[in-house]
Design a protein around this ligand. Structure first.
Ligand code: ASP
Ligand code: MG
Length: 410
């Protein structure tokens, strides 16, 4: 017998019929002898609806009031799910974040979990009850309701699993796992049997929006086995673990191809090649709260430097005006911006033990005549910045170059 935390997202509990279907799944699982703690999101669209209501009252409502408002979405789902379970003859009890006592800091709308009390939940489990907890919310020291940021129910699930030392945290969603790349771009994309936390973080931060990044970080930190699986389709899903040692021999060099369409590129040309210049250029960008991603510097034949870096597309205009100012101070030859670039990355812990991943990647892109504008690497990732019109072609050719079309999914 095991203790499992199951989290069901908004699309899985989007209607009363869907909530009934979740109740059946949960009850069946419970009948197999497992202890089950269920975390639910608000019914799909509900959180956005509530935020919309708030905007009708005030342009910028206080964060404390926002939390009182948006936490109601999850409160509805926990009660309805418990009713549906009881109708099936399965005893259950609902808990808001405050009732469990999911203690957070007081950073309203983006609170962090500090501690979770498990006593009441354990007592219910011992009585054979299913425990149903509202995702996304907690309570701070003074008793005020807090929320954990959009998509925060994933984090609630993982945090509860860590606190209860659960055997697994299962995230039920509308996709049946984590894929080698976005199936909308490459239909040959395969579901991965397993992926490491590290790889998942790279995939997630690069735009595979299956899981809230904070939840993956949390799971990695506390070593909670995490499984992503479909609510609507039977299957093993994808297991996300720390365990990368066991099958290193079998490990392909690359686990997936990630991409990000939100990139924009800025260039400042003809700045002095002297110490401190890169800092003079990038410090004001940081001060303007703009995150810089890839950076490349090249020395021109005339002895001056060109510096190119990427930022989020939404920040291009702001970044360009900061850079223009810096350019004037440094007597730069030119400042330019380009928002028609994307980032494509190959990700895999297997890269550590396989040489030649970069060569394979660059060859595949060259074969398609795709020009690489910038390159950056980390231990388990190689990313290139390319023209956005080549995104689909690049993803597909890399997917095939690294044999991902053929990954065995059982
Ligand atoms: N209901 C919240 C949101 O939409 C939390 C969640 O679904 O994870 O962001
Ligand atoms: Mg969600």
């Amino acid at each position: 017998m095991s203790l499992i935390v199951q989290k069901y997202g908004g699309t899985s509990v989007g209607t009363t019929d869907k909530i009934k279907a979740v109740a059946e799944k949960v009850a069946k699982f419970r009948q197999q002898g497992h202890d089950v703690v269920v975390v639910v999101s608000a019914m799909s669209g509900e959180t956005n609806r509530l935020i919309g209501l708030a905007r009708e009252m005030q342009e910028e409502p206080e964060a404390r009031e926002m939390d009182v408002l948006v936490s109601t979405g999850e409160q509805v789902t926990i009660a309805l799910l418990c009713m549906a379970l009881k109708k099936l003859g399965q005893d259950a009890r609902s808990y808001t974040g405050g009732q469990v006592k999911i203690l957070t800091d007081n950073a309203h709308t983006k609170a962090r979990i500090l501690d979770i009390e498990t006593k009441a939940m354990r007592a219910d489990l011992d009585q054979g009850r299913v425990v149903v907890v509202a995702g996304f919310q907690g309570v701070e020291e003074d008793g005020n309701i807090t929320t954990l940021g959009r998509g925060g129910s994933d984090t609630t699930g993982v945090a509860l699993a860590a606190a209860l030392k659960a055997d697994e945290c299962q995230i039920y969603t509308d996709v049946d796992g984590v894929y080698t790349t976005d199936p909308r771009v490459e239909e040959k994309a395969q579901r991965l049997e397993r992926i490491t936390f590290e790889e998942m973080l790279e995939m997630a931060s690069l735009g595979s929006k299956v899981l809230q990044i904070r939840a993956v970080e949390f799971a990695g930190k506390y070593n909670v086995p995490l499984r992503v699986l479909s609510t609507f389709k039977e299957g093993p899903g994808t297991l996300i673990t720390i365990d990368e040692e066991t099958d290193t021999m079998e490990q392909p060099a690359v686990s997936g191809i990630a991409f990000n369409r939100d990139e924009a590129k800025l260039t400042i040309r003809g700045v002095p090649d002297t110490p401190g210049v890169a800092s003079k250029i990038l410090a004001p960008i940081g001060e303007a709260n703009i995150e810089v991603d890839v950076i490349v510097q090249n020395l021109s034949a005339d002895g001056t430097n060109d510096l190119t870096f990427t930022v989020h597309r939404n920040e291009l205009t702001k970044a360009k005006s900061v850079l223009q100012r810096v350019g004037d101070e440094l007597n730069a030859r030119e400042v330019s911006g380009d928002d028609s670039v994307v980032k494509v990355s190959v990700v895999g812990v297997g890269m550590r033990s396989h040489a030649g991943v970069a060569a394979t990647m660059f060859n595949a892109l060259a074969d398609e005549n795709i020009n690489i504008k910038m390159i950056t690497t980390s231990e388990i990732k190689i990313s290139v910045i390319i023209d956005e019109k080549y995104l689909e072609l690049a993803v597909r050719s890399l997917h095939s170059a690294f044999d991902l079309d053929k990954v065995e999914a059982s």
